[in-house]
Design a protein around this ligand. Structure first.
Ligand code: TXA
Ligand code: MG
Length: 474
């Protein structure tokens, strides 16, 4: 499918706001009628029309990463996502809602006589008789008159605290469902999230249907955090990319399952385990994913409960060598023997050889060479390779260029260096962008200074890095 791909910038003027419904602050997303936002609004209307009428997905920003959206009620449109990304069909998609009103509509079974519920019925045959593996039920009704809230009570404190935001909750998919069966890949649950982006919320509301959306990268690549990243991967495969600037969180949402006891985190992300555990009912939340780092080699993850966690992921073209924070505690750079080994790889020891370093907390020098050695000298900065910027000119981080020399001063390799700083949020925000930037500058190997992960957001950073790495130093 060869298609021309356009990037359309959407201004950050107010596009809408939440309106309380029944005392609930996330009741309904109300679209603003401010005439100043009309250009952006026109572009969003066009995108919503695409979503309603075409089967080619539309890329849009969220606070975590850019998503690739289709109307979650239309089978053909959802299939368009899998086709554009080259994504395996057994990996379910997250359903993005604009407000709780919309979410509740999709927790009710489809009524074939009623087509005013945002469900178009096209190709929707999701009548699986499977039931959710739920050991919890929806909120019980306090009075026999009032129908029970279809949102399970366990999620109430999470919704109050983290929505809109980087948290995906698993919900029972009703039978028959209004969602196209391709969204859930045969599972009895669906993952739902309300993104913290007025642009995304307005697009969903204009489309008047939840949007099924995975990250808008080509399958296996690092997730995109700018519109240009999306273009690099999906050029010619989609028609429209809405550009809302760089994502503020930079790693994907945390996926949680509150339908089982104890509740579980299936994928670490923008909301940390510590934050989750501080919510009523979530004190005993467990980690139900496993990173492949245990013995210093890459090992397969055993039976992941979020199907997407088993795939190769987040990988740039270059080889990634990850240094765990515990590796040679106190070491302030890449071990000399690692540099030497890379230089001995085929084509390694020529001046054309290019390597990348991503520094965080421990590595303080450009290139991060630890100590130097008899045969290698500290890399020297030869140039500021410039700022990595978005189309809108916003600076993401600086890229420096250095040169690694042998003891006689002979150049051995060029080093492209990025410092993400020592703040976890800043590291998360810049991580995928840094991997992509070094790929763009054609490095062969990227050495990354890992950070220690406990129950904070560093867990998401290290989970992505462990998946991206070909080698892990522990
Ligand atoms: O931040 C995000 O979550 C981004 C933005 C665009 O919202 N989306 C995203 O989607 O990362 P994706 O498709 O790249 O990852 C979705 C993850 C996968 O690991 C998938 O297996 C899991 O969520 N997932 C979705 N529905 C599920 C379900 N019903 N049961 C278990 N895991 C599910
Ligand atoms: Mg993804």
């Amino acid at each position: 499918m060869a298609t021309e791909t356009r990037i359309v910038r959407i201004g950050s003027r107010e596009l809408g706001h939440f309106e309380q419904v029944g005392g609930e602050k996330l009741g309904k997303w109300h679209i603003s009628t401010d005439p100043h936002s009309s250009q952006s609004m026109e572009a969003l209307r066009e995108a919503a029309r695409e979503l309603k009428t075409s089967d080619i997905p539309v890329a849009f920003p969220t606070e975590t990463v850019y998503g690739l959206a289709a109307d979650a009620t239309r089978s053909k449109a959802v299939k368009g996502i899998y086709a554009a990304k080259g994504r395996p069909a057994d990996n379910p998609l997250i359903v993005h809602v604009s407000d709780l009103d919309m979410l509740r509509r999709f927790l009710q079974p489809r009524d074939d006589k009623d087509d005013t519920n945002g469900c178009h019925g096209e190709g929707n045959t999701n009548t699986s008789s499977q039931t959710a593996p739920s050991c919890r039920s929806s909120s019980s009704s306090s009075s026999s008159q009032k129908p029970a809230d279809p949102i399970p009570t366990i999620y109430q404190p999470l919704i109050d605290r983290f929505w809109p935001g980087p948290l995906t909750i698993l919900l029972p998919n009703p039978t028959p469902s209004k969602l196209a069966p391709e969204v859930t890949a045969g599972l009895p649950t669906f993952g739902a999230r309300m993104p913290d982006s007025p642009l995304a919320l307005t697009l969903i509301r204009l489309a008047n249907a939840p949007l099924a959306a995975p990250s808008a990268n080509a399958s296996t690549k690092p997730s995109p955090t700018t519109a240009t990243h999306v273009l690099d991967d999906l050029h010619g495969r989609i028609r429209l990319i809405l550009d809302g600037g760089p994502c503020t969180v930079g790693v994907e949402s945390t996926v949680v399952d509150g339908l089982c006891d104890p509740p579980a985190v299936l994928r670490p992300g923008g909301v940390s385990l510590a934050e989750l555990r501080s919510c009523p009912g979530w004190e005993g939340a467990v980690k139900a994913y496993k990173d492949a780092a245990e013995d210093g080699r890459k090992t397969a993850v055993a039976a992941p409960r979020a199907p997407g966690m088993k795939y190769k992921h987040y990988s740039p073209r270059a080889r990634v060598v990850l240094y765990e924070a515990a590796y040679r505690a106190g070491a302030d750079g890449v071990a000399v023997e690692d540099w030497q080994r890379v230089l001995c790889l085929p084509g390694g020891s020529s001046t054309a050889s290019r390597m990348g370093t991503i520094r965080t907390r421990r590595w303080k020098r450009v290139g991060g060479l630890q100590g130097g050695g008899s045969s290698l000298v500290m890399p020297e900065v030869v140039a500021d390779a410039g700022l990595a910027t978005t189309d809108g000119g916003e600076a993401l981080f600086e890229v420096r260029e250095g040169e690694l020399r042998d003891g006689d001063g002979k150049p051995l390799a060029r080093i492209l260096d990025i410092d993400l700083g020592d703040d976890t949020r800043g590291i998360a925000q810049g991580l995928f962008s840094a991997l992509r930037e070094l790929d763009r500058r054609q490095v062969d190997t990227i050495f990354v200074d890992g950070i220690s992960d406990g129950d904070d957001m560093a867990a998401a950073v290290m989970n992505r890095l462990r998946k991206a790495a070909s080698e892990i130093r522990v």
